[in-house]
Ligand binder design. Structure first.
Ligand code: SF4
Length: 216
């Protein structure tokens, strides 16, 4: 049933809507600043671990000024369980300084401003804008989205930005954040890197891999 790209994306969106009618992020946050911090910490780290760390971190760090004033070693110690903690601590401090200096301590609402922050690419920016502000400026392509989209046969691109552009042309803008979040959940729960559960997958009728196409 793979068919044309338009039919296919419609089938995939309908299938995803049935499984993940709401698709909230698994990262915990209560404001845009917290989501920015949590997303930076989530690089190479499971959301569950990030949530354990941020539970303590957000009790101490309420905004960029707190990040600027906390000693680097103390910050490193607090975020250590998320891995790459030295690099992440530097990124967080760099972000906090720019947020204070250029944006009045607020997380900006434009993707081109957000991507000026250290360690913030289009993926993080789209995720923060969509989930914290409800602003649809992009489709976050993380490793799960990349894998699932490749298997579905919606894009053959290896480059996240090219894949994002292809998806932005196919998916209605009002669904961009939900679509990315739903694919992340699907990639974690069903379309796993090893042994995807095609037998129980609602997207199978629309999926190249599930139909035995392009498995190379
Ligand atoms: S059918 Fe298989 S490969 Fe396709 S999306 Fe579902 S789990 Fe992934």
């Amino acid at each position: 049933m793979v068919g044309s790209k338009e039919r296919k994306i419609q089938g995939i969106i309908e299938g995803l809507k049935k499984i993940y009618p709401e698709a909230p992020l698994e990262l915990r946050f209560s404001n845009p600043f917290e989501l920015l911090v949590a997303t930076i910490l989530s690089a190479q780290c499971k959301d569950e671990r990030v949530n354990q760390v941020t539970e303590k971190l957000f009790a101490l760090i309420k905004g960029p000024l707190d990040l600027i004033s906390i000693p680097l070693e103390r910050l490193e110690e607090l975020i250590r369980p998320t891995g790459f903690f030295r690099q992440k601590a530097k990124i967080l401090k760099g972000c906090a300084e720019i947020l204070e200096r250029d944006f009045g301590g607020e997380v900006p609402r434009k993707i081109e401003k957000l991507t000026k922050l250290p360690g913030v690419g289009r993926k993080t920016a789209a995720m923060v804008l969509g989930n914290a502000y409800g602003i649809e400026e992009g489709i976050a392509i993380d490793r799960h989205v990349h894998r699932v989209i490749g298997r579905l046969g919606l894009s053959k691109s290896d480059q996240p930005e090219a894949m994002e552009r292809e998806l932005m042309a196919l998916v209605p803008r009002s669904l961009w954040t939900w679509f990315s979040n739903a694919l992340i959940l699907h990639g974690r729960r069903v379309c796993t890197a090893k042994n995807p559960k095609c037998d129980v997958c609602a997207l199978r009728p629309w999926c190249d891999y599930g139909q035995g196409i392009n498995r190379g």
